[in-house]
Design a protein around this ligand. Structure first.
Ligand code: G6Q
Length: 553
């Protein structure tokens, strides 16, 4: 992606939005709602899976038109075409960005790097389906003839968060045939805890690593292998208990995993976009292939919507544009993701990686430092729990933090009396953040409760909520495989659109690579027989030495 001639700040729409934002900053959302009862109709849209209401943002028709002009002037549509056409838009790694190919349900060829990738994609899906069926039917048995009961997924980052998030989100649809375990941390406490409860005869390990060089994953994989071998004794038994997902067959084979147990992925799939590939194997094993296929179908439907809906009615585009408005023109530093669905409890962590690893960059395509903000701090929690914790800051803190509220009309599990209570909070919070409560209202309410005038004046300012805090609301019919696929794809495309407007490379992750390289250099120095590198800065050198001295005692 090299297009050094376009800087967002030079675009007429950017200049227009800057001037327009100066006026909008003096507006209050509650006045915008009071003066226009069509706000919801104008600033919401429905896709086949979800309702997206962005009317509680500090925008008007003029803002929306100017943001759409920004998308046009930035060439969002033409860049979208380049992504789907498998051009090497991941320029710094010289790769296509084709996670969309993994869920393409058309029968057209998918040409990536001059070859049709569809046969290979379908072949891997078929192998995933077969493995799942063999395990479920009991045809696949462990080294002592017992059926598998527990699956341990070992991987980190993009090779962990997606499968973990989806397995958690959809576990109520699974037949719970297997107990799933996820190990990502190199801190031994996690794998020790998982292995302590397992029987090697009935455990299957899925080692997921695109590169098969990631230190955390390799260390955990070796620990798992040693634990297994201590019981099985025979190397031949590994073939019944270890499978791997990687682009690097050579290293997987060298690790000792049987050829037929290696699932392929490709370098045109970024780690944080890889749950649609064989990295999604734990999802297939946990939920069954049909649900995984539904997930792909939902994502594909969102891909079609993204490619065909006019920009003004395009959910990923509007989500991206509203985010740009809040970040670049209103200057808000963070963005919260707040699902009101317990099953989405890992969704904020998953999306935090997708957004921040993709767009947490500060140079443009030409390699120049950018003068505007890129991705805000993305964070979040299950909304209802957050209400009793950090929402205080969302309501009355000095920073305004726009937030996405995600809820569903039907609960995944029906428990009498719960869902309406949950959803009452869901609706109340975005209303409260938008309207606030002014001093006169506070006075009236306190006075009605019989509080003295003197006491009211002492506390009134503390109870004022200034409101005017923007939110997006997503209302799904239900969290199921299809709507979840669509929701994830929606955010993936939001990330893409923002990266195009910001002119940054969304699909590399050099900031992650640097830490991996430095840790590999430091680890041998932690051996007490080895000298600490004298060239380290004094902080790092002293910290390492203190650690080494202490561990010898
Ligand atoms: C994702 C990142 C990163 C990566 C992990 C694991 O986009 O690049 O989170 O997924 O570092 O890498 P491996 O799959 O190669 O082990």
């Amino acid at each position: 992606m090299t297009n050094p001639d376009v800087r967002p700040t030079d675009l007429p729409s950017w200049k227009n939005l800057t001037a327009h934002a100066a006026q909008m900053k003096s507006q209050h959302l509650k006045d915008l709602f009071a003066s226009d009862d069509k706000r919801f109709d104008k600033f919401s849209l429905q896709t086949s899976h979800l309702l997206f209401d962005y009317s509680k943002n500090l925008i008007t028709d003029e803002t929306k038109a100017a943001l759409l002009a920004l998308a046009k002037e930035s060439g969002v549509e033409s860049w979208r075409g380049k992504m789907f056409a498998a051009e090497h838009i991941n320029a710094t790694e010289d790769r296509a960005v084709m996670h969309v190919a993994l869920r393409d349900k058309s029968s057209k060829p998918i040409v990536i790097d001059a070859a049709d990738a569809r046969p290979a994609i379908n072949a891997e899906l078929e192998r995933m389906r077969k493995l799942s069926e063999k395990l479920r039917s009991g045809e696949w048995i462990g080294y002592t003839g017992k059926t598998i009961t527990d699956i341990v997924s070992i991987g980190i980052g993009g090779s962990n968060l997606g499968p973990l998030m989806v397995c958690e989100a959809l576990k109520d649809y699974s037949d719970k045939r297997f107990t799933m375990h996820f190990v990502s941390n190199i801190d031994g406490v996690q794998i020790a805890d998982v292995l302590a409860g397992l029987n090697p005869e009935t455990t299957l390990f899925v080692i997921s690593s695109k590169t098969f060089t990631t230190q955390e994953t390799m260390t955990n994989a070796r620990t798992a292998e040693q634990w297994f071998m201590a019981a099985a004794g025979d190397k031949a038994a590994i073939a019944k208990h270890f499978v791997a997902v990687s682009t690097n067959r050579k290293l997987v084979t060298a690790f000792g995993i049987a050829e037929e147990n290696i699932f392929d992925m490709w370098d045109w799939v970024g780690g944080r976009f890889s749950l649609w590939s064989a990295i999604g194997l734990p999802i297939v094993l946990s939920l069954g292939y049909e649900l995984f296929d539904e997930l792909l179908q939902g994502a594909y439907e969102m891909d079609l919507h993204f490619q065909t809906a006019p920009l003004a009615e395009n959910a990923p585009v509007m989500l991206a544009l509203v985010g740009i408005w809040n970040r670049n023109f209103l200057g808000y530093p963070a963005h919260a993701l707040l699902p009101y669905d317990q099953c989405l409890h890992r969704f904020p962590a998953y999306m935090q990686q997708a957004e921040m690893e993709s767009n947490g960059k500060s140079v443009n395509w030409a390699g120049e430092q950018i003068s505007y903000g890129s991705v805000p701090l993305v964070w979040g929690e299950v909304g209802i729990n957050g209400q009793h914790a950090f929402y205080q800051m969302l309501h009355q803190g000095t920073d305004i933090i726009p937030a996405d509220f995600i809820g569903s009309i039907a609960p995944t599990v029906v428990v009498e009396g719960h869902h309406d209570a949950l959803m009452a909070n869901f609706f109340a919070q975005t209303q409260a953040l938008m309207l606030g409560i002014d001093a006169d209202q506070v006075r009236r309410e306190l006075s009605a409760k019989g509080v003295s005038a003197a006491r009211i004046e002492e506390i009134v300012e503390h109870k004022v909520h200034r409101g005017n805090r923007p939110t997006n609301t997503f209302l799904l019919n239900k969290v199921d495989a299809r709507s979840l696929g669509a929701l994830i794809a929606l955010y993936e495309h939001k990330i893409f659109v923002q990266g195009i407007i910001w002119r940054i490379h969304s699909f590399d992750q050099w900031g992650v690579e640097l830490g991996k390289v430095l840790a590999a250099g430091i680890q041998p120095e932690l051996d007490i027989a080895k000298e600490t590198n004298p060239k380290h800065d004094s902080s790092t050198r002293n910290l390492i030495n203190i650690y080494k001295r202490a561990k010898t005692k």
